[in-house]
Design a protein around this ligand. Structure first.
Ligand code: C2O
Ligand code: CU
Ligand code: CU
Length: 444
């Protein structure tokens, strides 16, 4: 058999043209000097060998978000590996077991490292790719820029940490403020949407088009029109959609982010130009083949609960990282924690697992959000089925690796714990993660 596919990721500083002229370029931290980092593209079943070289002034790691890798390749400093010191390198090697849309990013001070530009898409193609005219990736990001297009350096401030995270003022697609995306009548596009923003939840509406969602978080889903006409993606989430281009030359159809009421944001336009490809879109199938995931047995599943709390709630008593009661917000901020999962906050000091899942058994985890905020909750090393919300079974029981848990919501997920190791379970609003909303789930 052929050896692994080799890739090199060199981390360093550089500048990127995020905002158009006459704005200056933006100083960023980048993989291979590009923002986002290079798209890594392999075939399902291939083995990847990625040499990560740290040219930054601070330690880092690379995490392969959504990839079911062995624990030692998961890129979590202090848990699965030592952080890669400045000037050092680390070699990651693993198989691409699932086909789909994934991504990579640092897991060390990610609230700053990701916000400065470190993230990239990782696409694993199906053995038989979907028949489309174009396969396009949109890495969606959100930046907090100054008038001079410089990244604001107020990372991890208390306000962002205890509210909705670091929301920016500038949205980019593939690292640029987009104006138009050129399309042709009659073409069918597979669009891979990847939300790499620290905190922004996208609710994408495609005016004049009916997108079909064919995969979520890299895992195929029965093709369907998005609920409410928009595709909701919390931080770290991905959706693969199929779009049939039916407009006429000269038409422009706006793609809008509609998640935050009153803050609609025009992302870009689909601009029709050139020759039509054909009269009608062909009747190609859009359903993707399933990945080799073990099906959880819901009747036999062991049940667990994880409760999310935040320090702003009145009358709460919570445990600090060292187990003593942390009664006040000031005490929590001193401890570096504001958010808690079952009273724990894995901010580097408390890495004892919050749950232990027996290996190769089915498990149902109820996520109970006792806060007034959204939390996109992510589990490493596994995908889970989202089986219910507030007690109501979900229509498609989609496989995800990150699930948006709304204010005061209860979400149940099911999985087979078939990947042994210590796995991070955290909110992917990176400021929440840094403020304690992270725990270890052990599979043993
Ligand atoms: Cu995408 Cu632990 O992260
Ligand atoms: Cu992850
Ligand atoms: Cu959160």
């Amino acid at each position: 058999a052929a050896g692994p596919r080799e890739f090199r990721l060199t981390l360093g500083t550089g500048s990127a043209r995020i905002a158009p002229e006459p704005y200056p370029e933006t100083e960023v931290w980048a993989y291979n000097r590009t923002v986002p980092g290079p798209e890594i593209r392999v075939r399902q079943g291939e083995r990847l060998r990625i040499v990560a070289e740290n040219g930054l002034d601070e330690p880092t790691t690379v995490h392969w978000h959504g990839m079911r890798v062995p624990n030692a390749m998961d890129g979590v400093p202090g848990v699965t590996q030592d952080a890669i010191a400045p000037g050092d390198r680390f070699v990651y090697e693993f198989d691409a077991v699932d086909a789909g849309t994934f991504w990579y990013h640092p897991h060390q001070r990610s609230f700053e490292q990701v916000a400065r530009g470190l993230s990239g898409a990782l696409v694993v193609e199906e053995a038989e790719p979907l028949r489309v005219d174009r396969d396009v990736t949109w890495v969606l990001d959100d930046w907090r820029l100054t008038e001079e297009a410089a990244i604001e350096g107020d990372f991890g401030n208390a306000h962002d940490a205890i509210h909705a995270g670091r929301l920016g003022n500038t949205v980019t697609v593939n690292g640029r403020i987009p104006d138009r995306f050129a399309v042709r009548r009659g073409e069918r596009i597979r669009l891979r949407l990847v939300n790499v923003a620290n905190a922004r939840i996208f609710g994408l509406a495609f005016a004049g088009h009916e997108p079909l969602v064919v995969a979520l978080d890299g895992q195929p889903v029965e093709p369907h029109a998005p609920e409410g006409g928009r595709i909701v993606l919390g931080p770290a989430m991905r959706a693969d959609i199929v779009l049939d281009m039916t407009g006429r030359t000269g038409e422009r159809h706006t793609v809008t982010d509609t998640f935050y009421e009153g803050l609609e944001y025009r992302l870009t336009d689909l601009a029709y130009g050139g020759e039509a490809l054909r009269e009608r879109t062909p009747d190609w199938p859009v359903a993707l083949p399933a990945n080799p995931l073990a099906e959880p047995d819901l009747d036999a599943a062991e049940r667990h609960e994880v409760v999310f709390n935040g320090g702003m709630m009145a009358g709460m008593r919570m445990q600090g990282a060292d187990g003593r009661e942390a009664g006040s917000m000031m005490a929590m901020m001193r401890e570096g924690s504001f958010w808690f999962i079952n009273g724990k906050a894995a901010t580097g000091t408390d890495m004892e697992p919050v749950l232990t899942l027996r290996r190769n058994r089915s498990h149902i985890i109820s996520m109970v959000n006792r806060t007034g905020w959204y939390h996109p909750m992510h589990l490493h090393g596994h995908s889970f089925r989202v089986i219910s919300r507030n007690g109501v079974p979900t229509a498609r029981r989609e496989w995800q690796d990150t699930v948006l848990v709304g204010p005061e919501e209860r979400v149940e997920v099911a999985l087979v714990a078939d990947n042994p190791g210590d796995w991070m379970f955290h909110c992917h609003i990176l400021e929440h993660q840094a403020a304690g909303m992270m725990a270890v789930i052990r599979v043993a």
